[in-house]
Design a binder for this molecule. Structure first.
Ligand code: FAD
Ligand code: SF4
Length: 547
């Protein structure tokens, strides 16, 4: 299948991306219409007839639904989670984690050292709880996709109008220094003293006040997650979101999908007859639904090739007060070691959130938390060459992932370099998550030197699962084609993280959204959006390619 190619008209318009754009709170979520139907209320069997059924309302699903509805299609979105009002976001980490994350944030890998892999669940998907960091797909990654997966159309030039559109709709703009928090200030001080490259992060925020709880639902509505940006656009154009509704099957005949079958929380069944099925359940759940429906399994790659962009974090104690709870938690990145696939990104947060994610128990943990006011924390992410898999087990995903030695070596390097940064910035204690919590004092990195680090020594989390229905031109080695159509089907597409064929080395949300937008416009036959303003500035981090 070839993509309908229109011509994106160039525009001289420039969209501001500075502090004024970031802090301007006008024009945030005020939908004139809400087209929400709660699955709790649906107890019987219902049949719907639409043009497109979009399954999942996160970074991939919401933009597709909005674009298709605005393009004139009748659209239904099915979402397993609930709709949450911004007013319900209390900033209390424990209860918000239980509400907004799947399995209360305890989804974990097996097969090696367990890695916690939090996933959002609700209208807006994981974007409701994410940190708001926005990086475009690195040029080298697109090159890899062309060379290795035959995704020839996915050039920077081709994707430019889609990124512009996504970034305008989400108001992607740069965190100003005054909202970045003292955690960023000390880390930046260290990076600058070492001459390392980095910058304040571009985020999808509008009217952000730096309250520091992005991962528990932004209580001001400043974070422009897709539940309050794209979903209301879809409603305004006539789409309906069914919440607490879980898609369980896709009926097919003659190589075409005919209907999506879903169970409602109220015990009923929805049958959505449609011309197009767009699956956007995320990289962990999309392969499960497709395999259950007997779709996309021909290449044998469905559920495989899972990249997760594993992460760990260092903590450091300073004489000066820091205050991890004030400011944008993820406000700065350092790409000095990007060529090795290592990215440092801010990882601040409120005390109970930090306590939950900090290793150790009992007296050791208490002692560390006692220093919270003087504590800094910064994350290390590795563009992984390890690949895992997702398979169904008793109706739930079993996620296998065993970090390889190459990636463990990258973590070892990242840990040494970030420790060096912390000494340079003036920390007196650095706590390294190696074999428990290794405490280093007064500039002494001796215990790290020459130490061989294996996966077993590390304490990892991961926030960016990708690749389990990967895109590629060859049906023998990929699940979807370059236009995200499932190979061998006429009208089933995948619009989420599972289609991304390799590690990105950066946070993935706007890559997913740009590809989802492209898919929608392809289905509509409208081609790339025209007249989208160019951002004034955008981050271009150094990122090594690790396939
Ligand atoms: C704590 C955290 C911080 C993050 N920070 C960033 C960041 O700063 N920047 C960034 O780029 N990325 C970040 N990410 C990752 C980013 O949010 C995800 O990569 C992105 O949201 C994935 O989009 P998706 O559409 O694939 O899936 P999701 O956004 O997860 O959406 C999938 C939706 O599908 C629903 N669903 C699943 N199965 C079914 C079914 N059978 N029927 C109906 N509905 C179903 C789910 O409930 C969910 O709502 C972060 C992630 C986490 C966990
Ligand atoms: S720092 Fe606070 S106001 Fe800003 S996006 Fe995060 S939660 Fe919202």
């Amino acid at each position: 299948m070839t993509l309908h190619r229109g011509t994106a008209r160039d525009t001289d318009a420039v969209r501001p991306t500075g502090a004024a754009a970031y802090t301007d709170g006008s024009g945030t979520f005020h939908p004139s219409v809400r087209r929400l139907l709660a699955g709790e209320q649906i107890r019987g069997d219902e049949t719907l007839d639409v043009d497109a059924c979009v399954i999942g309302s996160g970074a991939g699903g919401a933009p597709v639904a909005a674009e298709l509805a605005e393009g004139g299609m009748r659209v239904v979105m099915l979402e397993e989670g609930r709709w949450w009002e911004t007013d319900e976001f209390t900033a209390r980490t424990r209860s918000m984690t239980a509400r907004l994350y799947r399995d209360a944030g305890q989804v974990t890998t097996v097969g090696g050292t367990p890695i916690v892999l939090p996933l959002g669940k609700g209208v807006g998907g994981t974007t409701v709880v994410n940190s708001g960091t926005c990086f475009r797909t690195p040029a080298g990654v697109l090159e890899l996709w062309r060379e290795r997966f035959g995704l020839d159309a996915l050039t920077e030039q081709e994707l430019e109008p889609y990124f512009r559109r996504v970034e305008r709709i989400l108001n992607v703009s740069q965190v100003p220094a005054e909202l970045a928090g003292a955690n960023t200030a000390v880390v930046r001080r260290g990076a600058e003293a070492l001459g390392w490259s980095g910058d304040f992060i571009y985020r999808n925020a509008k009217g952000c006040v730096g309250s520091g709880v992005c991962n528990y639902g932004c209580p001001t509505g400043a974070k422009q997650h897709v539940g309050i940006t794209y979903v209301p656009r879809a409603w305004a154009a006539g789409a309906t979101t069914y919440t607490s509704v879980r898609a369980t099957g896709i009926e097919t005949s003659g190589g075409r999908a005919r209907a999506v079958i879903a169970r409602t929380r109220g015990g009923g069944t929805l049958r959505v007859r449609c011309g197009h099925v767009v699956v956007a359940c995320g990289a962990i759940h999309t392969p499960l639904l497709l395999s259950r429906a007997g779709i996309g399994a021909r290449s044998g790659e469905l559920g495989r090739n899972l990249a997760i962009h594993p992460a760990t974090a260092l903590r450091a104690i300073f004489e000066e007060p820091i205050g991890l709870d004030a400011g944008v938690p993820q406000s700065y990145y350092i790409d000095e070691h990007g060529e090795r696939g290592i990215m440092f990104e801010g990882a601040a947060g409120p005390p109970d959130g930090i306590a939950m994610s900090t290793p150790g128990i009992g007296a050791e943990h208490r002692e560390l938390m006692r220093h919270y006011a003087h504590l800094s924390q910064f994350g290390i992410m590795v563009s992984d060459s390890t690949r895992g898999s997702v398979s169904p087990r008793l109706g739930r995903p079993l996620i296998h992932y065993r970090l390889n030695q190459r990636d463990a070596d990258a973590f070892a390097h990242g840990i040494r370099r970030l420790t060096e940064l912390y000494w340079t910035a003036g920390a007196h204690t650095v706590m390294v998550p190696l074999g428990g919590l290794l405490t280093l004092r007064d500039g002494d990195s001796g215990p790290l030197e020459g130490r061989r680090v294996t996966a077993r020594d590390l304490q990892l989390m991961a926030f960016h699962p990708l690749g389990t229905a990967r895109a590629g031109a060859d049906p023998a080695s990929a699940v979807v084609d370059g236009d995200l159509r499932v190979h061998g089907t006429a009208n089933v597409h995948v619009a989420d993280a599972s289609a991304i064929p390799s590690s990105l080395g950066v946070n993935p949300q706007i890559t997913i959204m740009a590809l989802a937008t492209r898919l929608a416009r392809h289905l509509l036959g409208t081609g790339p959006p025209a007249g989208e303003p160019a951002p004034e500035h955008m981050a271009r981090p150094k990122v090594g390619v690790h396939s």
